[in-house]
Design a protein around this ligand. Structure first.
Ligand SMILES: Cc1cc2nc3c(=O)[nH]c(=O)nc-3n(C[C@H](O)[C@H](O)[C@H](O)COP(=O)(O)OP(=O)(O)OC[C@H]3O[C@@H](n4cnc5c(N)ncnc54)[C@H](O)[C@@H]3O)c2cc1C
Length: 703
């Protein structure tokens, strides 16, 4: 626009990158009157990685269909000179950043949203309560208009001095298969203040070409960074030795300084890189930008005439959405030597704890995006009973661990949108608490938090144990990390019980002793206790103690105890069923790791013989269904209907993966293969203690 223009709107968005465009699109969906300003400088072609989380966010905004995306087949991680690890939990695509910008603008235009081609020079809050912005053209630099807006979202990218730097450069001369290579070079041991450097390579649009990228926290020289990236790439992938640059580098600032306290500036909501939302480990930022833009618009839409309330709501939801995530990544990057050692030492450890650490540190979505197998189905009234209690439980648990072990906070908040649907021990605890007809007592949320922390502490020890103690003074970081995290959680849980429910301290201590016995059996490779005993112990306590505290009579408490134990069995069989079908398990481990780590009931069911996957799945479904029926039956003794409904819903969600095979899932494919000509598709060896995964058999499908 060339002529001087003055407008009054509900929302001014500064910047039309992923954060600003997302804010404008979402705000217009809520019927807000929006203006967006951006000088719209064109970018030279440069590929970017679109993570699964980014893709989900862009799809929800109806932008993804306009982007020529190139999906990748696999994501591989390599730490230093260690072996390459496939990350089944990660998927990604590549696109040209200029195409992404075009798609964002296309969607803005489709929605009829006015894009002012100019730079927002000044914004001042005037006495009329509106933010007054001056917008100037860049060629020539003249004022082209003013906008008065009730709300402003600033999505203008990182400040000139960010917290780090990212560079990319196109390469040719060596083919990269259709995969994303992620590399974390080992820290130099002489520099304790060293921050992580993340190197990545992804195939470009033309055959034989790829994009090399590198991100680093702290100041860096782009040329040196790219040289280091090239060296790291060749060290990890010598087959790419002939590769040479074929285009100019692209360099930019990263801002990973996110803190919920700094996302509102003089009443204006900051989103995307402006809010410091880029991953300090990998430089990834498109997904956070898009998500934060949407959240900013939703906060404005919820409080259209009250900017202060919108700001408070935005701060709250942003804090909740990214709880623990940025603290985790920052924590890890500030202790890079320790973090790297643990990541490298556990790169091949399929302990659930470390699968989740990898996800927390390296992947953008943290633990969100739960599968259907992880959700409870509840009626409206039962939501109202559960939700406030579980939210209070989350508050306590998160504030207890957030400072020292931020990634655990991330674990606890797995799905912020629906905390009451998540499978978690606090749900049967509340159901049991209400079993005798008592109303849900929110003061018991602290005890629920203690139970959840102790459960996580016990789960930290699940997984394969090393065959031999490490020689000399070498530290086994896998075990050390598990012990440190587990002890921290059990200690915090005990503290919460002492403060909130001293009357059950003895019972709680007995439970912890029981869990500790399971842990020491595992550390000593004692295979006499089946995995199902641990899971039964984990879920028996919340159900029994809930009944006791809720004043239930002895026969009801006994029924709850049996219910809890059976739930433990159902959970384990369901995990087996998921992994036998090649689907993601709730503990994030695959079949060989489950077998080696004794997180499976298959051996208990079928003995120590090589077995075929179909047979294992059938036996698993039968055993799990029997356990689920036993648990449902025992609930007939629960007199209070809402309590029984919650307990049934929890059990149903646990048992969900045990429903007979659906067409198209992994088991159906295996079944077909087993039944048809040719060798059985996949098998599992029922050897719980074997350190070799499913030998004699092809590996299970990737999730
Ligand atoms: C070299 C490099 C490679 C990267 N690769 C990846 C990758 O592969 N995957 C990934 O997820 N992330 C990547 N990132 C990070 C990612 O680019 C950012 O996190 C993301 O673009 C942030 O989006 P945003 O909308 O917050 O800011 P931006 O994308 O920076 O958009 C800001 C917009 O605001 C406009 N603007 C600025 N000031 C004003 C003003 N005063 N008035 C009006 N408009 C203004 C700008 O013109 C721009 O269009 C990379 C970053 C760099 C530097």
């Amino acid at each position: 626009m060339n002529h001087q223009e003055n407008r009054q709107v509900d929302l001014l968005v500064v910047g039309a990158g992923p954060a600003g465009a997302a804010a404008a699109i979402e705000a217009s969906r809520h019927g807000l009157h929006v203006v967006i300003a951006d000088p719209g400088q064109s970018r030279s072609p440069a590929d970017v990685i679109v993570s699964e989380a980014a893709l989900r966010a862009l799809t929800a905004l109806d932008v993804a269909r306009h982007i020529p995306l190139r999906p990748l087949d696999a994501v591989e991680l390599r730490l230093g000179a260690g072996p390459t690890r496939h990350l089944p939990e990660a998927t990604a695509a590549v696109c040209d950043r200029a195409d992404l910008d075009t798609a964002l603008r296309h969607t803005l235009a489709d929605l009829g949203l006015p894009l002012l081609r100019g730079v927002v020079e000044t914004i001042t809050l005037e006495a009329d309560g509106l933010q007054h912005a001056t917008i100037c053209g860049t060629h020539p630099p003249t004022e082209i208009g003013t906008v008065a807006a009730r709300h402003v979202v600033v999505a203008s990218g990182p400040p000139p001095t960010g917290t780090g730097m990212a560079c990319t450069q196109p390469y040719t001369g060596a083919p990269l298969a259709n995969r994303l290579l992620l590399m974390l070079p080992a820290p130099r041991t002489i520099d304790p203040a060293e921050t992580p450097t993340c190197v990545w390579a992804a195939p470009a649009a033309h055959a034989g070409t790829f994009t090399l990228g590198v991100a680093r926290l702290g100041p860096a020289d782009p040329g040196t960074l790219l040289q280091q990236a090239h060296a790291a790439l060749l060290a990890a992938h010598p087959e790419l030795t002939g590769a040479r640059p074929c285009g100019p580098p692209r360099t930019g600032v990263l801002n990973s300084a996110f803190s919920p306290d700094h996302v509102v500036d003089d009443g204006r909501l900051l989103a995307g890189d402006a809010a410091g939302l880029s991953n300090p480990f990998t430089g990834e930022g498109i997904s956070y930008a898009t998500q934060s833009g949407v959240l900013a618009a939703q906060a404005v839409a919820a409080h259209p005439s009250d900017p202060q309330a919108a700001a408070a709501a935005y701060r709250r939801t942003l804090s909740r959405t990214f709880v623990g995530y940025f603290e985790t990544a920052r924590h890890a990057s500030q202790r890079y030597h320790l973090a790297w050692r643990i990541l490298a030492a556990t790169a091949h450890t399929d302990r659930p704890l470390f699968a989740k650490v990898r996800r927390a540190v390296l992947l953008p979505e943290g633990f969100s995006n739960l599968t259907a197998a992880e959700r409870m189905r509840l009626d409206g009234g039962d939501h109202l009973l559960l939700a406030p209690f579980l939210l209070a439980c989350d508050e306590v648990a998160i504030s207890t661990v957030r400072r020292e072990w931020p990634f655990i906070a991330r674990l606890l908040i797995a799905d912020d949108s629906d905390p009451h649907r998540r499978l978690r021990p606090a749900a049967p605890f509340l159901g049991a608490l209400m079993a005798a007809g008592a109303p849900p007592d929110i003061t018991r949320a602290t005890l629920a938090a203690a139970i959840e922390l102790a459960t996580l502490g016990a789960l930290a020890f699940l997984g394969p144990m090393p065959d031999q103690p490490q020689p000399g003074r070498l530290v086994d970081w896998s075990i050390t990390g598990a012990v440190l995290a587990g002890d921290f959680l059990l200690g915090q849980a005990t503290r919460l019980v002492a403060a909130s429910a001293p009357e059950i301290s003895w019972s709680f201590a007995d439970w912890l002793a029981d869990l500790a016995a399971h842990r020491s059996h595992r550390l000593q490779h004692d295979t006499s206790t089946p995995a199902s005993a641990l899971f039964a112990a984990l879920l028996e306590f919340p159900a029994r103690i809930g009944g006791q505290l809720g004043g239930a009579p002895a026969e009801v408490i006994d029924a709850l105890r049996i219910y809890g134990e059976q739930c433990g069995h159902v959970f384990l069989h369901a995990e087996d069923a998921l992994t036998l079908r090649g689907q993601r398990t709730r503990l994030d481990v695959d079949l060989p790791a489950m077998m080696n780590g004794r997180i499976s009931a298959i051996t208990d069911l079928l003995g120590d013989q090589p077995i075929c996957r179909r047979q294992a799945l059938e036996a698993t479904i039968a055993a799990g269904t029997t356990a689920a029926q036993a648990a449902h039956t025992t609930l007939a003794k629960i007199p209070h209907e809402p309590a029984a409904r919650i307990l049934h819903a929890f059990l149903d969600a646990l048992a969900n993966p045990l429903t007979p095979t659906r067409p198209g899932d992994g088991a159906e494919r295996n079944r077909g293969a087993d039944a048809g000509a040719g060798p059985p598709a996949t098998c599992a060896r029922g050897t719980a203690t074997s350190s070799a995964p499913a030998t004699r058999c092809p590996p299970p499908e990737r999730r």
